[in-house]
Design a protein around this ligand. Structure first.
Ligand SMILES: Nc1ncnc2c1ncn2[C@@H]1O[C@H](COP(=O)(O)OP(=O)(O)OP(=O)(O)O)[C@@H](O)[C@H]1O
Length: 302
């Protein structure tokens, strides 16, 4: 006699849609949490940029960085957004008296003297931004090698780690402000890759051509190594046709750059910064955290 399979039994295709979804979510968690990721052959320096505001630059920076660090990789986040939101989300002090990336860019401080460990995440350090950075765009104008100051600081820091016997950094993420001023130019000159988060909303591609033109100028005149390697779709709302349409458009224009992983619009992601946390530590098994783990794994395995 052939027995009917139990509804919702693990491994069965005959359970209810909810049971099937729970099983696939559980499998997704098991697959992603605690997974080791490959070390890159040299430090990958990724600038997270989009001059459009509020598209998820900071959220992407801190969560991808935290996901890679959780997988055992050595990661530095450089916060060059005067709002200092990446420093906040990583739980790193950044009040006006703290030595910060402003001092590195303007006062020639060594990066080694300003980086701080993130309290809740092993292998992750952060160069914080303070309010002083708000004036740095103007102060940079009159300085020697104004576009290359971050690059030089990162080079010196890498040498410092080597001579002091510290492990080489695997990833550096630079969180940019929503503008294409000298701070962002410094980030482009210091990086070898650009990661562009794109919000799945109206006008998602607005301003993107200007951003790409600026990157081309940087490639031509200041940093030939730079490439737009990665695009991440963020704040995806699966209930709307619009989000699906935007995602399809972006994939059609940038088939090689867009990650398969898509970050959903998620309350847990938006709550985490108010607890000075990334969603990785705030709710590691939430769908938001899992999507960032997937994105980080894709980046590491490319
Ligand atoms: N996937 C998401 N789901 C829900 N809220 C999100 C998500 N990603 C980001 N947010 C929220 O959207 C707001 C903007 O995100 P974020 O600060 O990362 O963008 P940004 O591009 O860095 O902004 P800015 O241009 O001001 O620097 C924040 O309040 C953040 O918590």
């Amino acid at each position: 006699m052939i027995q009917a399979p139990l509804a919702g039994a693990a491994g069965s295709d005959d359970g209810s849609p909810i049971a099937r979804q729970l099983i696939s979510e559980t499998k997704r968690r098991e697959r992603l949490l605690g997974r080791a990721l490959p070390k890159p052959i040299k430090t990958r320096i990724m600038t997270v940029a989009n001059q459009k505001g509020g598209v998820g630059k900071t959220t992407t920076t801190v969560n991808i960085a935290a996901a890679l660090a959780a997988a055992g990789l050595q990661v530095l986040v450089v916060d060059i957004d005067p709002q200092g939101n990446a420093s906040t989300a990583l739980g790193v002090e950044h009040h006006a008296e703290v030595d910060s990336i402003y001092d590195v860019l303007i006062n020639d401080f060594a990066l080694a003297d300003v980086v701080a460990p993130c309290p809740d995440i092993a292998n992750l350090i952060c160069a914080p931004a303070t309010i002083h950075l708000a004036g740095a765009e103007i102060e940079l104008v009159s300085l020697v090698a104004r576009e290359q100051r971050l690059r030089r600081a990162l080079d010196t820091y890498s040498e410092h780690r080597e001579t002091s016997g510290e492990e080489r950094l695997d990833y550096i993420f630079i969180d940019c402000p929503p503008s294409l001023g000298l701070l962002t130019v410094n980030a482009f000159c210091a990086a070898n890759e650009v990661l562009i988060p794109i919000q799945c909303e109206y006008y998602a591609l607005e301003g993107l051509s200007q951003l790409l033109k600026n990157i081309e100028m940087i490639q031509k005149h200041l940093n030939a190594e730079l490439e737009v390697s990665t695009i991440l779709l963020t704040m995806y709302d699966g209930r709307t046709n619009l989000a699906a349409q935007v995602a399809a458009d972006v994939r059609e224009h940038f088939p090689d750059q867009v990650l398969k992983a898509v970050v959903p619009r998620s309350v847990r992601i938006s709550e985490a910064p108010s607890y000075q946390q990334t969603v990785m530590t705030y709710d590691p098994s939430s769908t938001g955290a899992l999507s960032y783990l997937e994105a980080a794994a894709e980046i590491a395995e490319r």
